[in-house]
Design a protein around this ligand. Structure first.
Ligand SMILES: [Zn+2]
Length: 229
């Protein structure tokens, strides 16, 4: 199959209708941001824990955007950003959940990413992206159908340079191999207790609560707010 090149501008990538390109997800969880629409133009919503957004105050409806970091070429460690809607986000997360069940890290394989129609939760069709993981599962073992763009050891640190740490950096670094894996509070707590015995149980529990995002370990949450709305 022939693949298209991504359309790219300012670090963002997208595809036009019916195009298919290859990509590898850098993280399992997207960055979520709210937007308002003004006369057909998208404007960032600035609401956060401390401030209210002018548009929110005025009652302009907002919409969430799910932006995934992806690698788009072999050996190129630059993360590009693919903005998706809720239906695409749900499609991607369903595919990731199936891979987790097979014990495959969704960030370790390539995907065919196709711009077309996706189904909403109510069965309507909207524009979006469908993804197909290029992996064969044989006897419970995943075999990459094509080599990944970036091997696990080469993947960049998810932490910004000037991060303000909410969870100690040593703990975040010490859990990098588990980033993006499925966890409930108890199973993550047990891993942390074994790896970081010098911390009190009560502290480790607080870190677990902070780091679990929708049933997966999300180490970006080890630093303050940078990745949230
Ligand atoms: Zn707003």
């Amino acid at each position: 199959m022939d693949y298209s090149d991504w359309v790219e501008s300012n670090g963002r990538v997208w595809l036009h209708d019916s195009m298919t390109a290859l990509g590898q997800f850098a993280y399992v969880n997207p960055i979520m941001r709210a937007h308002h629409w003004y006369n057909g133009k998208k404007k960032r919503c600035y609401k956060n824990d401390y401030e209210k957004c002018f548009s929110c105050e005025k009652g302009v409806p907002s919409q969430l955007d799910y932006t995934y970091g992806i690698f788009t070429a072999s050996k190129d460690k630059t993360i590009r950003y693919l903005s998706t809607n809720l239906s695409t986000h749900n499609t991607i997360q369903r595919s990731f959940a199936q891979l987790f069940e097979e014990n495959v890290n969704p960030c370790s394989i390539l995907y065919e990413i196709h711009r077309g129609k996706v189904k909403t939760a109510t069965g309507r069709e909207v524009k979006g992206y469908n993804i197909t993981g290029l992996i064969d599962i044989e006897d419970g073992v995943g075999i990459n159908a094509r080599p990944a763009f970036i091997e696990e050891v080469d993947r960049p640190s998810p932490f910004p340079e000037d991060a303000k740490w909410v969870v100690p950096r040593m703990i975040a670094d010490g859990l990098l191999d588990k980033d993006g894996h499925e966890f409930d509070l108890i199973s993550l707590f047990l891993v942390m207790k074994e790896r970081f015995p010098s911390y009190a149980d009560s502290e480790l529990k607080q870190f677990c609560i902070r780091l679990i995002n929708n049933g997966t370990l999300d180490l970006r949450r080890a630093v303050e707010n940078a990745w949230e709305i």
